[in-house]
Design a protein around this ligand. Structure first.
Ligand code: MN
Ligand code: MN
Length: 289
């Protein structure tokens, strides 16, 4: 098994484990910690903080240090898990329904299946988007058009290739052996997301000299430990109690990018399904147990 296959399996197992932890009254912080510990137990590292995005939040909700929020009756929970092995990434997500939104959950799942079926060499990226859009429309919903799947590269969540969730006319053809994440989002709303509050998820963008000694030490740790992968403030404060201050400085200097919560524009519910897939005549789903 190569590292991509290993990372895919670890992410899939951690997602399956995590799915069963999402219950009414369970703590988001505990669930995220447990899933990330499971990734390590399985021999990987988190490729990004576990995302537990609820209802109209489509993505990028990760519990903050001391987060006291709990899952509630009726919540629609997107659980998005990333694992890496030597930088090779498995990225996978599903939606847990604590309410009555079966069709919405099914819409993104079926759209993902439809996209995987045609994930063969020569398929145009726009046609993958069309397959996703058509399937979601069959269920009476719309895809989120400004969220998309993405190519994966070593220590990079976004390689530069975009897998659209609608027919964007992209005629770029899939190539044998390419590894990409496909992630349809379905909603009864307008199908657009807007940025919300800062998430506590950061990513190293550019190395610059830093005057403050503490911030310099933390930046060194980030560069060595996470490289160019997203990481959580929650992880850093465990090791460096003053990390919050350093993160603010590093963000102000443009060294770190701080992700925001992404919410549906009309506050409508959002479902998500995601797999990491290798392009082949018979497409290979890497994030499978
Ligand atoms: Mn993901
Ligand atoms: Mn992804």
């Amino acid at each position: 098994m190569d590292d991509w296959e290993k990372a895919g399996k670890i992410a899939a197992e951690a997602l399956e484990f995590g799915k069963n932890l999402i219950k009414v009254d369970a703590s988001l912080l505990e669930v995220a910690d447990k899933i990330e510990a499971k990734i390590v137990e399985l021999g990987g590292k988190p490729a990004f903080p576990v995302n537990l995005s609820i209802n109209q939040i489509a993505a990028h909700y990760a519990p903050l240090p001391g987060d006291e929020s709990r899952f509630k009756e009726g919540d629609l929970v997107k659980i998005d898990v990333g694992a890496h092995v030597n930088g090779a990434i498995g990225d996978t997500a599903l939606t847990v329904d604590l309410g009555d939104n079966k069709e919405l959950v099914k819409a993104s799942e079926e759209a993902l299946k439809a996209a995987i079926e045609i994930f063969t060499p020569g398929t145009k990226l726009g046609d993958v988007g069309k397959a996703i859009q058509d399937k979601i429309k069959e269920f009476g919903f719309v895809p989120i058009v400004n969220l998309s799947g993405h190519g994966l590269a070593l220590y990079k969540i976004h390689s530069g290739v975009t897998v659209p969730n609608y027919d964007n006319g992209d005629e770029t053809e899939l190539q044998e052996g390419q590894i990409l994440a496909i992630e349809p989002f379905a909603t009864p709303g307008e199908g657009k997301i807007i940025e919300g509050k800062p998430s506590g998820i950061y990513e190293l963008r550019q190395h610059k000299p830093v005057r403050d000694m503490n911030s310099r030490k933390i930046l060194k740790f980030i560069a060595e430990e996470y490289k160019t992968l997203p990481f959580a403030k929650r992880w850093l404060v465990k090791k460096f109690p003053t990390a919050g201050f350093a993160l603010r400085i590093l963000e102000q200097q443009g060294i770190l990018m701080h992700y925001s919560h992404l919410s549906e524009k009309t506050k409508a519910l959002v479902s998500q399904a995601e797999h990491t897939v290798k392009v082949a005549d018979k497409p290979i789903v890497l994030t499978k147990i």
